[in-house]
Design a protein around this ligand. Sequence first.
Ligand SMILES: C[S@@+](CC[C@H](N)C(=O)[O-])C[C@H]1O[C@@H](n2cnc3c(N)ncnc32)[C@H](O)[C@@H]1O
Length: 318
Amino acid sequence: MFEDEPNLADLDFEASVARGLTLRPRRFASKWLYDDRGAALFEDIVASDTYYVGRAELEILEAHAHEIGERIGDGGALVELGSGASWKVRTLLDAMPDLARYVPVEISEAQLIEAAAAIRSDYPALEVLPVAADYTRDFDLPAGVKDGPVLGSFLGTTLCNFLPANSEIFLQRMHGLLGENSWFLAGVDLDKDPARLVEAYNDPGGPLWDFNLNILQRMNRELGTTLDQADFRHEATWNAEHRRIEAAIYPMRDLSVTVAGQGFDLPAGEPIILEYSHKYSLEAFAALAARAGWRSVTAWTDRDQLASIHLLTNRSAA
Ligand SMILES: C[S@@+](CC[C@H](N)C(=O)[O-])C[C@H]1O[C@@H](n2cnc3c(N)ncnc32)[C@H](O)[C@@H]1O
């Protein structure tokens, strides 16, 4: 789907890892971080003190969920991309008692099934239609979802993991997925003091560390490699030119690995980049969304101006 060169997200895990190891710097697609264990570890990150995104987004949703519900109206569908544990969305569901359908879309199937069951039991009047899919590829929504108003949501500042050009492509694709009369809530991290960012994305020995190093366990399990997590460390650094955090793992001694029958060197101290997290001003993101055909209705920030949620629409009048 994406235009970045090379397109690691479109290959299968083995081919993607092998291709990523030929790049300099070495790089893996961030979606591989979310196997079932990675998805569970992400929930520990959200609960940690330094990682502010979950708390900031929740604060924004608590303050504005009613306004969002009033704009969308009754009988609609909420399509949540990368829904994870579906916990933040409860603030929206509580404020939208006449919503007809909730459609969580997740790559981590075990987490999806568990979260959908919990929502079903807590919101019995809501039709819950989970979709196990990779949102970087084409997929369809269940029948009937687009019969009423549709609100897409993409929280956790997950959109910021894409290169800006790819965020634009992703938002363009959302017109086709959600329909031409829809709304979209995008969680977007704000550009701010790099020291604050570096602190939030580094937690030696903590959940972010485990989450990023988990890719090694996944490689060992699924690709037959024999990498030892103790030979690596995790560090996130600020790239001022591209306004982004770059999360990477670093071998602490010279290593080698065989993937897809090819041998690769992993020299000590050379990063393998796992995830980018781009930071935007409110204006810069609204302009990006406009280039993708979405009109900015409003954008909110938390009290400390750490993160933002943009409400976008492609309706002709809203
Ligand atoms: C940063 S977390 C955000 C989770 C949740 N939305 C939140 O706000 O806390 C990203 C979520 O997207 C899911 N995900 C990552 N890549 C995906 C992909 N390509 N397709 C579908 N889901 C994906 C992950 O499993 C994870 O649950």
